[in-house]
Design a protein around this ligand. Structure first.
Ligand SMILES: Cc1cc2nc3c(=O)[nH]c(=O)nc-3n(C[C@H](O)[C@H](O)[C@H](O)COP(=O)(O)OP(=O)(O)OC[C@H]3O[C@@H](n4cnc5c(N)ncnc54)[C@H](O)[C@@H]3O)c2cc1C
Length: 420
């Protein structure tokens, strides 16, 4: 390892920080500093004491078009725990009880649009043409100014797709981000839209194998080692201040700040970054789903948005869920279960449950907030930024987090080469 190149200190062991560490390990001495006792940040599994189940803070959906996150999972050895489903999406409209399955074909040419039994019921092939306008849309506006946010195609496909990907009511969402989602998934055909689900939990797919992989390569991950302050020295960071020690930085040492946007702004006053956030609620129920239940089902005209079925467990995701954060927990669990019971035709008695409410799950994916995202390079020549909120061109997702970590690692490589 070329010690003349100095060390890289990565602040934050979320997926962005871990991805940066994976990319840099073997080329540099890397140390990761994590404030909490666990890695994974907003993508984590834990043993829930109430239900006794291993649950994720939120069921994370990755699509086969998310190349960076899949490369990362393959590199660390976590990909084998991801279950890849076909590009068949089951839906139910709770208002009308209509059920259908959207069946995308694998190739690039979307002939599913021309097949009545594969496309969204109530739509015709020409309804899909505005998607092309969306893909090539260049300036950023709220989605409602670019596509018609009404009618069956919107309500039954675009709204659930963009709500899940952007975590904001799609009408207000950024057209640029929605367009990037379509370009990297739907527009590439069903082969880019296969859902991958971490059946054994997010930890086993994205976090634990990364820690083992990094450990084998001599990367230290220091837990409960939260950064308190950056010490500035002209155009560089001179030292990292932690609770019990100050780590001086040598002239060749570099830092990647891979913390959430609000934490980065605390360390870097004046940093332009997203400052408005949207929440996600996840409900977990300890009960075996019916044998014929699909692995995932989209729910329209309901509070529940996606229902996922696992062995002995059912999980529900509600995006942009700010309106449910003040509802008493038991009442919310009961209301969600009522919908699950209706969808899966199960008894109405509430099974053992747990709710996870993440208030700042993602930055608000509006055009205004999207415009505030900085790139990896800062005005301090040894400080770089990573995190799903940095400018990756994607909404705040695992794909964005991994790409941001890769971008920061590549920017470090470029800066090191330029200084040599
Ligand atoms: C409920 C929920 C559901 C989601 N669903 C999906 C999904 O279906 N598909 C998808 O692709 N994405 C999903 N996401 C988004 C995805 O989880 C995030 O985009 C991704 O995990 C962000 O990773 P990150 O490393 O950028 O940030 P974080 O995960 O926030 O990591 C930042 C890390 O920095 C640490 N830290 C903070 N301050 C300090 C400090 N001072 N010193 C040291 N360390 C510090 C934190 O403890 C944390 O570990 C979901 C998110 C949530 C919350």
């Amino acid at each position: 390892m070329p010690s003349s190149e100095g060390s890289v200190h990565i602040i934050g062991a979320g997926i962005a920080g871990l991805a940066a560490a994976v990319r840099l390990s073997g080329t540099r001495k890397v140390v990761v500093h994590e404030a909490t006792a666990v890695a994974g940040g907003r993508c984590r599994s834990y043993r829930d004491p109430v239900t006794g189940m291993l649950i994720d803070n939120g069921t994370h959906l990755v699509l086969s078009g998310n190349r960076a996150v899949l490369d990362y999972a393959r590199t660390i050895g976590g990909a084998a725990t991801l279950d890849e489903l076909g590009a068949d999406f089951a839906f139910i409209d709770l208002a009308t009880q209509a059920r259908w399955v959207l069946r995308l074909n694998n190739g690039m040419f979307p002939w599913w649009v021309f097949a009545k039994n594969r496309r969204v019921p109530g739509t015709k092939a020409s309804d899909y043409l505005p998607l092309a306008r969306l893909i090539w849309s260049s300036d950023d506006k709220p989605l409602k100014e670019v596509i018609d946010c009404s009618g069956p195609l919107y309500q039954r496909l675009l709204e659930p797709l963009f709500l899940a990907a952007l975590n904001i009511k799609p009408r207000e969402g950024s057209t640029k981000l929605a367009s990037a989602v379509v370009r990297e998934t739907l527009a590439l055909g069903g082969q880019a839209c296969h859902p991958l689900i971490a059946r054994e939990g997010l930890g086993k797919a994205f976090v634990e194998p990364a820690l083992a992989w990094l450990n084998q390569r001599g990367v230290t991950v220091a837990f409960e080692h939260g950064l308190h302050k950056l010490q500035f020295e002209g155009d560089r960071i001179g030292a990292l201040v932690f609770a019990n020690e100050t780590v001086p930085l040598g002239s060749a040492d570099q830092v990647i700040l891979a913390v959430p946007a609000y934490a980065a702004q605390k360390f870097l006053p004046g940093l332009t970054a997203p400052s408005s956030f949207c929440g996600i609620v996840n409900a977990h129920f300890r009960i075996a789903p019916p044998a014929d239940a699909p692995t995932m089902i989209g729910v329209i005209n309901a509070m529940s948005e996606w229902i996922f079925t696992f062995d002995g467990r059912i999980a529900v995701t509600i995006s942009d869920a700010g309106q449910w954060f003040d509802t008493p927990r038991e009442m919310l669990a009961q209301d969600i279960w009522r919908e699950v019971a209706a969808v899966l035709k199960m008894p109405a008695d509430l099974p053992p449950w747990q709710l996870v409410r993440e208030r700042r799950a993602t930055f608000a994916a509006t055009p205004e907030e999207n415009a505030k995202r900085p790139g990896p390079v800062t005005q301090w020549h040894n400080l770089f930024l990573a995190g799903d909120w940095t400018d990756t061109g994607l909404p705040a997702t695992l794909e964005s987090a991994v790409r941001s970590g890769n971008n920061a690692a590549d920017a470090i490589g470029a800066a090191t080469r330029a200084a040599a």
